[in-house]
Design a protein around this ligand. Structure first.
Ligand code: EPU
Length: 333
């Protein structure tokens, strides 16, 4: 474990933003991490770097969490507990589960990032969130170095949200996550329109087929960060009051929406952004993706500041046209 100086973070964030870490270290074991935090408390943690927009150089010690390994606890008839270390790549982990015929994570194929960061924003897609199969996680408290178990309740998961984005922000380092998966009798969720459509000729789709559907739907809409820098959905889908929604629906009868509760409706931010004329627009080195308006992109040399300015312009426009506050999902650093 060697602390390096003045390292470019371009290859460590999926937006591909070129900022500098004053000090940078790669940590590969729990013991290394525990030793490090005895003396270093002011840390900037990076997993897959898939949910951040870097707008400046980082003065804190940047710690790349590279803990690897998967452990299976297969003692029950129908379910299996699988623990993955924080540094495992999320998509590779999901594909490994599928190869073992373990069900539950297939809809979450191809989401960028690592296992250790997946609970922080309760990653989700196509009707499934990680909270649905989450069993527990282990995290180190930075202040004391103590290892603590968090159950599902303690994580307080919500839509793209958890306790680690709120009260416990910056206080813990997640080192592994355990999922409860199915071995037989899988509970597939193929309710999502595009998946249903993709599988319309398949009467009993397999795990592999569902993963294939998800991968192909994502590939058709979302840019591959290895080719064009991005952080997935840049904004959250806003939740508004039904009374406000009804006013909008009078003006825009086609507005897509999902009922959240008796009083609230969720609107796809991608629709609002497209309707405001931003979809596919380029602004210098940054822009709005041509196939999914929820995704902001870096064409190669964008600075984090440029991307953030575009995000603010979008927020202002959505506010003035629809009177809706768009909340940024990505962490702005
Ligand atoms: N839409 C548009 N224009 C666009 C994009 C979307 O009109 O450019 C409308 C369409 O009507 C479409 C609806 O929005 O039917 C929903 O679009 P989509 O199915 O692409 O889903 P989303 O709500 O835009 C959310 C997640 C994605 C996730 C998909 C699928 C959020 C913030 N985003 O997007 O998550 O993959 O659902 O479940 O909730 C991510 O977090 O990085 C991410 C990609």
């Amino acid at each position: 474990m060697k602390i390096q100086e003045n390292i470019s973070l371009k290859n460590y964030n999926t937006f591909g933003i070129d900022t500098i870490a004053k000090r940078f270290v790669i940590v590969s074991t729990l013991t290394e991490l525990q030793n490090l935090i005895k003396t270093e408390k002011d840390l900037f943690l990076i997993g897959g770097g898939s949910n951040m927009l870097l707008t400046k150089n980082i003065d804190k010690l940047v710690v790349l969490l590279n803990l690897k390994g998967i452990i299976v606890n297969d003692t029950k008839k129908d379910e299996v507990f699988v623990t993955a270390e924080a540094g495992e790549n999320w998509h590779d982990f999901v594909q490994w589960c599928i190869s073992q015929n373990y069900g539950g994570l297939e809809n979450l194929s191809l989401i960028p990032g690592n296992v250790g960061t997946s609970p922080i924003q309760n990653i989700g897609a196509y009707g499934v969130e990680i909270k649905d199969t989450f069993q527990q996680l282990e995290a180190i408290e930075i202040e004391t170095g103590a290892l603590k178990i968090f159950t599902k309740n303690q994580c307080n998961f919500g839509y793209r949200n958890s306790v680690f984005k709120n009260e416990l922000k910056g206080k813990y380092i997640i080192v592994n996550v355990t999922f409860k998966l199915t071995k037989n009798n899988h509970n597939f969720n193929i309710s999502y329109g595009a998946i249903k459509e993709f599988l319309k000729n398949s009467t009993h789709p397999t795990l592999q087929e569902i993963a294939k559907a998800v991968i192909s739907i994502r590939e058709s809409k979302l840019p591959d960060p290895k080719i064009i820098g991005n952080s997935g959905s840049f904004f959250k889908n806003p939740v508004i009051l039904i009374s406000e929604f009804q006013k909008l629906q009078e003006k825009y009868p086609e507005i897509p929406h999902y009922i959240v509760s008796n009083t609230e409706v969720k609107i796809p931010a991608g629709w609002l952004i497209e309707k405001s004329g931003f979809k596919g627009e380029r602004f210098g080195e940054t822009g709005v993706h041509e196939k999914q308006a929820l995704v902001l992109v870096n064409y190669g040399n964008a600075t984090g500041k440029e991307v953030y300015e575009l995000a603010q312009k979008i927020q202002e426009t959505i506010k003035s046209i629809f009177n809706i506050d768009l909340e940024i999902e990505v962490n702005i650093i």
